[in-house]
Structures are given as structure tokens and as C-alpha cells.
Write a protein that binds this ligand. Structure first.
Ligand code: AMP
Length: 545
């Protein structure tokens, strides 16, 4: 073999830090606070990151140690995003919305040595603290709403103030070293740790800059609504450090009104969040005078994005939403749905927009049937998505129970989809959510999409109901808009011309809200439980024929 003669430059996050100090020094981070926005330049941040590096050293953090964060999206969280991996430690972003048992499990499993916690969240963590034997220090960020719930905790501001002002001597890191750790929000079994390397984060954040994906650039201001504790906030903070986009971080002020006002005032060009938040924002924008048209690229994912939501946003508020698909295990962005034409008029264009899109460069995808063999990309045949690439997990951290999720170098995603001739995915279900009726699959995602296009429907989640004759039948759980009156028969008539006749449900459940998971997705497991134990409210049977 003749080896190439190019430099073996390590892809580590230290490069992000040096760009923040140099070429991107003037870019800004703005954080929402009760008193308005708090702003700092990347240059100011770089100095604070150095001080934070000194503080981590003082706290005895060693290379490879896990350092937890329990925080909203704010400036300090961003400082930790960069400083912790740059000193060679591993940033473990903890989901603040998990139940106590799950929190205890993942903090123990990760063996976090230090946890940085927002003052407004100390009361959530405090009841757990006595059980977390491995945590040596708690560091409280800010003073806003700190009730002293964590006795003996250190202060972030004081640690930084006491740190030397000289530049920190960062160790030379290898690109394959671990940089960050995030646990899946797994609704079955224990959460599983995904351990990102410097290289995987570097490559994933570079991919966020390409125009067929998020297309983040120096001229952008990115509003990061997706939590920084969920899958690296889709890589947006890293990508901003790399390209110099400004960051707008809403902290805990996530209600539709607060977000709409922030958008109007600060004019972000890019935003990332899950469909439920976009739906709240749309409702607010429809009933209040608010100009959101600055958003040229609103990235939405985490669950299927209803076509109607995208259409309403674009037609009524000039906001363009693009759909992305991925998971914690895929860093997370694996596909992005950019239509081949920007013409928004044709039905074909909207159908394309409602797909999960094509894989990003370096990501490869195949669909595998129940027999374990790849199925054709013919737009018809469904299979489980398997994915591989340089930012896709190869194993779970210290956990053998997830071995069956890996198939000969591919990650089995548990998502069922079809792909067209260009590899553009259309997800129909999670493996565990599929409805199998008479041996054929009914797509709960497609039914939900059609139901949510009905003007009276606020939310719809479709689950499988056991059926003696067909095995399973779809049961549509529907939340109506305030003051709306559509009944089961109306919704059935709405669906009739839109889906195959054997997909039509024989039962609806009119509920007051769809339960949500800790990351804001529809929690169909909770719905299935209430169906099983007979507590599912508002059930109405309907004759299909
Ligand atoms: P998480 O690891 O919590 O980010 O969840 C990943 C899962 O969210 C995926 O396996 C999908 O089931 C779902 N998901 C993410 N993005 C989309 C999307 N655009 N459409 C449908 N499902 C999605």
C-alpha cells in the first residue's frame, strides 16, 4: 500500500475552541434571563472556558472522567460543552426531565464525578444527592432561584473568578477519545449510554454546515430550543462554534409566547425543535400578531413532522420547516429532507417535504426485512432502517444488553420505513408501535398525519388494539382543539378518501391530552398501558363500512 502524505491532524473539539478565540471571536451567545437577554462574545467565552478548564483541574477532574450537566440551554452549558471535552474529560448531559429512578441509574452508570447544575434545578437533584455516592462535587450555575437545596455545593461564578487568568495548557488529545455521553430516552429497559468521540462530534458538526442539511453559517443566528441535554442539541452548539453563527439560548423560557417574542425581537434565522413545540408556536402565532418570518430554516425532528404543520407555518407565517431524522445513537442527525425543487406549490413538493429525507454525506442507510435481508428501495416495501457512518454508535457504553441493536457494522434503529429510488425515507412506525392487521402493516404515523390535517384536531396518536379477527386494529386517540366538535364519524369520513379502506379505524378515543415522554414525544407506551388497564377515556366505536 502506498500511504498518502497528508497531515494526520486530529479532529478534536480543541479546534472548536481555537476558532471561538480567533476567527469566530466576534460571534455572540445570548441567553434568556428573567431580566432580559444576557450577551457574551465568543472571545469572552473563550476566556471563561480557559478559567473553567482551570476549575475542572482544581476539582480533580482527570482525562476520561465523566462530568455531568443538569441544565437548561444557556451560556454556561455551552461553556461546559467546549471546556469539558477540551481538558480530556467527557461531558455527560443529563436529561432534567427524567424520573428519579432513571436519573439515579444513569448518573451511577456514567459514574459522574462532578455535576454542574442550574440554580433553578437544584431542588430537582437534591433529593437524589444522598444516593449518588460517586459524585464528589456539585457546582451551581448562577444564583437565580437557588434555594440552597444542595448543601456544600460550589458556585460556578466563584470557581471561575478564583481561577488563574493565564491561558490553560490543554493536553494533546486523540480524535478517538471520548468527548461526550448521552443516554437514550429508552421507553423499554434501562437507558443506554451513547459515547461520542471527538472525531464523531467534529464530523457531525461539520455536516451541519452543508447547505443540504442545516446549512448553518457565519451569517446565521441559531435559536436552540431542542434541549442541550438531548442528543447534543442536534449538534447546533458545536456547529456554531465551528462556523461562527450566533447562538440564542432560551434557558427555561420555552412557552410559545416567550419563544415568539424572542424570535420577533432577536430575528434568528435557524431554529431546531420537536414538532410539539412548533405546534404550540403555530397556535400562538395564529392568534397573536407576531412576525416569525426571519426563520429561513426551522429544523424539526424527533418525531414525524405533520405535513399540515409545515404548510400552515409556511403559508401563514412565511416560516420554512425542514424535517430531519435521527436518534441519540446517530449524534443525532442522519437524514435531512431538502426537496429537489424549492417550488412550494405542488402537492409533490409537500409530499417530499413530509418525508424524513436522504442520508447526509458519509451516512449510509439500508432497509432490512423481517427475514434479515435488505429490501428494495421501491417506495413500497417496508423494512427496518439500519444505518452506519462515522457519527453512528458502534456499541453502548458499558452495556451488553443492547448487543442485538448492532448488525454486522450497522445500527438497527427500530424505525420502519420505505425508501424511494433516491433513498429518501418515509418512516411509517417504530418497530414497537407497528399495527399489524391481517398480517399487513398499518402506518400509525400516516394515520396521525392525516388526522392532524383535520382542522378540529390538535393532536392524534394511533396505537394498536388487540383484535380477535385481525390480530390488531388501529385505535385513534384524538385531542380536539378548544371549542371543536368533530365526532368519530366526521373523522372517519375525513380519513376515508385519504387512506386504504382497511386502515380505517373502528374506534376513536377522545382524550384531553396525549401523554408525552421526557423529550416531548407522544408516549404511546403510556396510551397502550391505559388501554390495557381499561383507563383510556372517551372511547367511541365506529362502523367503517
Ligand atoms: P431519540 O434517541 O430520543 O432522539 O429518539 C430517536 C427516535 O425518534 C427515532 O428512532 C425515531 O423513532 C424518532 N424520530 C426522530 N426523528 C424523526 C422524524 N423526523 N420522523 C419520525 N420519527 C423520528
Amino acid at each position: 500500500m502506498l500511504e498518502g502524505l497528508m497531515q494526520d491532524f486530529p479532529l478534536t473539539l480543541q479546534h472548536l475552541r481555537s476558532r471561538m478565540l480567533g476567527v469566530n471571536a466576534d460571534s455572540q451567545v445570548s441567553t434568556s434571563t428573567p431580566l432580559g437577554l444576557r450577551r457574551a462574545s465568543f472571545h469572552e467565552l473563550s476566556e471563561r472556558i480557559d478559567r473553567l478548564a482551570w476549575a475542572l483541574k482544581k476539582l480533580g477532574v482527570q482525562r476520561g472522567d465523566r462530568v455531568g450537566t443538569f441544565a437548561w440551554n444557556n451560556q454556561e452549558h455551552f461553556e461546559l460543552y467546549i471546556a469539558v471535552p477540551c481538558v480530556g474529560a467527557v461531558l455527560h448531559t443529563i436529561n432534567i426531565r427524567l424520573f428519579t429512578d432513571q436519573l439515579r441509574y444513569i448518573i451511577d452508570h456514567a459514574e459522574d464525578q462532578v455535576i454542574f447544575v442550574d440554580a433553578s434545578l437544584t431542588a430537582v437533584l437534591a433529593p437524589l444527592a444522598q444516593h449518588l455516592k460517586k459524585v464528589r462535587h456539585y457546582v451551581v450555575i448562577g444564583a437565580d432561584r437557588d434555594d440552597g437545596a444542595l448543601p456544600g455545593a460550589l458556585s460556578y461564578d466563584e470557581l471561575l473568578a478564583e481561577a488563574p487568568s493565564e491561558p490553560f495548557a490543554y493536553p494533546q488529545l486523540q480524535e478517538r477519545e471520548a468527548a461526550a455521553l448521552c443516554y437514550t430516552s429508552g421507553t423499554t429497559g434501562n437507558p443506554k449510554g451513547v459515547l461520542y468521540s471527538h472525531r464523531s462530534v467534529a464530523l457531525h458538526s461539520t455536516a451541519a454546515l452543508i447547505s443540504d442539511a442545516l446549512g448553518l453559517c457565519r451569517q446565521d443566528k441559531a435559536l436552540v430550543v431542542v434541549p442541550m441535554f438531548h442528543a447534543n442539541a442536534w449538534g447546533i452548539p458545536h456547529a456554531a462554534a465551528l462556523c461562527g453563527a450566533d447562538l440564542l439560548l432560551p434557558d427555561r423560557f420555552l412557552q410559545a409566547e416567550a419563544l415568539a417574542k424572542l424570535i420577533e425581537q432577536e430575528r434568528p434565522t435557524i431554529m431546531g425543535c420537536v414538532p410539539t413545540i412548533f405546534a404550540d408556536l403555530l397556535r400562538y402565532a395564529d392568534s397573536n400578531e407576531v412576525d416569525l418570518s426571519c426563520l429561513r430554516n426551522a429544523a424539526c425532528g424527533g418525531s414525524a413532522v405533520p405535513k399540515q404543520l409545515m404548510r400552515d407555518f409556511e403559508e401563514r407565517h412565511q416560516v420554512r420547516i425542514y424535517q430531519a431524522w435521527g436518534m441519540t445513537e446517530t449524534s443525532p442527525v442522519a437524514t435531512y429532507s431538502r426537496p429537489s425543487t424549492e417550488q412550494a406549490s405542488s402537492e409533490e413538493h409537500w409530499d417530499q417535504r413530509a418525508r424524513q429525507g436522504t442520508p447526509l454525506p458519509w451516512v449510509e442507510i439500508r432497509l432490512v426485512g423481517e427475514d434479515g435481508m435488505p429490501v428494495p428501495s421501491d417506495g413500497q416495501t417496508s423494512g427496518e432502517i439500519e444505518v452506519r457512518g462515522p457519527w453512528i454508535a458502534a456499541a453502548y457504553y458499558n452495556d451488553d444488553s443492547g448487543e442485538e441493536r448492532f448488525d454486522d457494522g450497522w445500527l438497527r434503529t427500530g424505525d420502519i420505513a420505505t425508501a424511494d429510488g433516491h433513498g429518501s425515507l418515509q418512516i411509517s412506525d417504530r418497530v414497537k408501535d407497528v399495527i399489524k392487521s391481517g398480517g399487513e402493516w398499518i402506518s400509525s404515523v400516516a394515520l396521525e398525519n392525516e388526522l392532524m390535517a383535520h382542522p378540529d384536531v390538535l393532536e392524534a396518536a394511533v396505537i394498536a388494539k388487540p383484535d380477535e379477527r385481525w390480530g390488531e386494529r388501529p385505535l385513534c386517540c384524538v385531542v380536539l382543539r378548544e371549542g371543536a366538535h368533530a365526532g368519530a364519524a366526521d373523522l372517519l369520513e375525513h380519513l376515508r378518501p385519504r387512506v386504504a379502506s382497511w386502515w380505517l379505524p373502528d374506534e376513536f378515543a377522545f382524550i384531553s391530552q396525549v401523554p408525552k415522554t421526557s423529550v416531548g414525544k407522544f408516549d404511546k407506551k403510556a396510551l397502550r398501558h391505559s388501554l390495557e388497564d381499561g383507563t383510556l377515556a372517551g372511547r367511541v366505536s365506529v362502523r367503517r363500512a
